[in-house]
Structures are given as C-alpha cells and as structure tokens.
Ligand binder design. Sequence first.
Ligand code: SER
Length: 316
Amino acid sequence: MKETILITGYNGELGSKTLKKLVSMGKSIIALDINDPIEKIHSVSYIKDTITNYQLINSIFKDYHITKVYHFAALLSQTASQNPELAFEINEKASKNLIDCSYTFGIKNNCITRFFFPSSIAVYGPTKIENASEQDIIKPTTVYGNNKLIIEEYGSKLHEKSLSKNVGLDFRSIRFPGVISYDTVPTGGTTDYAPQMINNAKKGKKFECKLSPNTILPFIGIDKTITSIIDIMGLKTIESKLRVFNVQEASFSIKELSDFLLRKFPSFQITYNKDKNFQSVADTWPSSLNCEKANKFWNFSTEKNFEVFIKKIINK
Ligand code: SER
C-alpha cells in the first residue's frame, strides 16, 4: 500500500499552508475538515467530516497506509473557554483517538507513524514568565492550555512506549506562540490582536484592542511556522526524550507594535477597551520563549529582531 499522509483541520491557518507545502513535495494526502475545501487541489483526497467520527478515523487507518499525521483540527483559546465541553471532545478526546490509531496501526503495520501536534504557549501559567524554556512552570489556567498539555503528555508517553519496541508512534510537537500570516486574519485566539491590528492598519481601518498596551507576547511568522513543521517532521529521528519544542521569532508589547504601525501608516487609529477574558489569559502566557532546544535538536534558528520581523510581514 502507498504511504499516505493524513492531515486534519486543513482549512485552518496552519493546515492550509502545510497542506500546500506537502502537495508541492509530491506527497499522497488525505485531508479531513468539517468544511468543504476553500480551494480544491486535484491530487488531494478530501473528506468532509469531524475528527470525533471515530469509525471514520479508524477506517482511514485501515484502508490506507498512514505513515504521517499532521493534526491541526482544534478549537482556539477563546473559543475553547466559551465551549469547554466541545473543547474537551475535539482538543482532547479526538486528539487522543488519533494518537491511539497512529500508535496501534503503527504496530499492526510494523512501522512507526510520525505524528505532528501543534501545541501552544497556552500550556504555561499561572504567572507570566520571560524566556520560558520547555520545562518551566507549566500550570495552565485555561481550558485550551489544559487540553494542549494533556495531549503533549499523552503523545510523549506513547512515543516513549514505542521506543522500546521500535514500532508504534513517533510524536513531535511544537509549542507555538502567536502566529502572524500575510493573508489570513484569525479569530478565536488570544494572540489574534497582532494579525488583526496589522491587517486593519494596512487597510486604513481603526482597531479596538482588548488587551492593555504593555502586554508582551511572543510571535512567529507563518513562513517560519510552516518551515518549522516541515523541518521537524522531515527528520528521520529526533534524538531527544523531549518531544515538544518552543519556537518564536520576536517578542514585543502591543505598544511597540502599534507605534511601529503608526509610523508606517500615520492615519492608523488604535483604541483600548480591555476585556478581562483576554487580559487574564495573556497575563498567564510567557512574554518570550527560549528556543535553545529546538535549535539544538532540529536546527531551528530565529531572527530575534522585532523591526525586521514586522517589516517582512507588512511588506509581503
Ligand atoms: N494563538 C493561540 C491562541 O491565541 C495560542 O496558541 O489561542
């Protein structure tokens, strides 16, 4: 049977770009999403369904030789807080089921299924820390952060179990900060103010910010995000017990971003209307991430310069 990749949540910000990249690499792909494809790619087999359809997931693994899984289907932080039960079903239960299938069918097929899980800075808390490394205090205060942490641990545990048998699951995960794209403006997340603010400034629209100007959070651009996913999944092995890695390109306050946008787009207007649902979350997430482990184990490198980072995004 032909080696096939399964990608879930392919219509989302990360999923859509990862899918395109994998297509350009000539891979055989099954793409699953609850919505129809926004743009259809001829060589991709699309399935419109939910990842909570366990019978379907099982039949995908039975009917195809799935060797890699990119699992993007999820509810983001603010949406998860508003729908904790659904977040549990999607972010936790269905993710565990996908990991279980990857592990079980890996054993059945006498191979190792490589599994990518996008985790998040939401696993940190309860207080804001600087230069957070992977093992730093991790007591998430949000539903979303808890969902992500449980899956990080679940995947890492099955990975370790697979190591001794040399079949099963190879779990790889990246803890993403806020992601900024050129062409999509996300909603449902706490870090979404940055892409939304940039988009409004470019279009000459006002922006009302739900967080205070001195809030600092880490970010990464979409190009680096996709390269990181492809890189970490492309390696034959990652010689580390640590399966979840931190990455970031720049860390900055809302004031730094708005000052920069005001210089570039002098008519841009920003107002502040603090929302405690947003501020209380941002205050528990790190202001910056330490990326030394990602650099050491899979060569992640970063520009570290706010102006270069933002200019690149705005000019694209
Ligand atoms: N960007 C995500 C959010 O704000 C965090 O991973 O929900």
